[in-house]
Design a protein around this ligand. Sequence first.
Ligand code: CO8
Length: 373
Amino acid sequence: MHPTVISGTGLFRPPHTISNAELVEAFNAYVERFNAEHAADIAAGNVVALQPSSVEFIEKASGIQNRYVMDKAGVLDPGRMYPRIAPRPDEQASLMAEMAVQATQMACEQAGVPTSQIDAVYCAAANMQRAYPAMACEIQALLGAKGYGFDMNVACSSATFGIEQAVNAVRCGSARCALVVSPEITSAHLEWRDRDCHFIFGDTCTAVLVQRAEDVPAGRGWDVLGTQLATQYSNNIRNNFGFLNRCEDSTWQERDKTFRQEGRKVFKEVVPIAAAHIEGHLASLGLQPAQVARFWLHQANLGMNQLVIKRLLGSDVNESIAPIILNEWANTASAGSIIAFHQHSADLTTGALGLICSFGAGYSVGSVAVKRR
Ligand code: CO8
């Protein structure tokens, strides 16, 4: 068994931002238009009038102030309310692969390795833009990488579940330099016309390189101490979009074909699951939460992260213990905890312990314990 190291991380920043004020203005224009168009049915009680959204609610309920998206105009057009993404010919690099290559180049630069050294690619994200060929195979080709690649989806926990696959492959010797890449175009499967969730998500892509420790210069990267994954089936976060839809004679416009959730239930149920998971994982490594210098938690909701930290440490969340990036990025599905790690880890010194933890649909929870080299 070979010891493993996270040697580099990368982050792709989409071209557009949407502030809460811009989002709410567009949403409320859509609501006004919808209610005017359906005035007779609303008056007759056949249609329920839509309610407006508000910046105050969004910030208080979630902590989100902004999100990045691949297309802004389509999302903010009250007559459309979803991104406009041009189809590409098969010969051209696909959008998810393009995002993945940019994030990977940054991770490889940080690690000081050429992309050609990668010999396993895990494209781990909450949605894939096509059924096949696997996104990972295309990313592998664009990077000039060797070995093999495959796609995997465990919703918001895809990246940490991918890291466990990468760590195990490098540990066992079936790969030496494994890439976990998480291109998240959440804007394309979010229902922007539903005020309960229209503010939640943003787009991005992260990349994580896992290498054999002996290949990484001393003092660079993070030793992987261990990974732990768990799932527990729940329908509280669900999206029924899939290849069987055409056989059911339904269209993608139906509400169940984009993201839906019972947000309150998710909040209440996932916080104790995540806190117990982290405690259990650390205990299996002979560690207590108080010994951990930093927790890079999933970025869905500020209040959730505050509660997880309170359960673990009995204290309030602060930027040093558990950095928050969701105010700027919103919930980026599987990429959130990796963005936090990427942006808030350079200041920790040799020997510092850290824990990356994601949680979300499935339910799923995945954690990666690391130690600064
Ligand atoms: N503006 C104004 N009022 C609103 C709005 C709005 N935009 N939205 C709802 N309200 C109203 C509600 O109608 C409700 O009114 P009333 O009391 O009259 O019924 C009131 O505000 C309170 O609503 P909620 O109870 O829903 O508010 P909460 O305080 O619970 O906050 C949250 C809602 C922010 C959604 C919160 O519950 C939450 O964050 N929950 C956890 C969510 C979570 O972690 N989900 C994980 C999903 S991520 C994942 O697993 C990945 C999936 C794959 C990616 C998908 C990409 C698209």
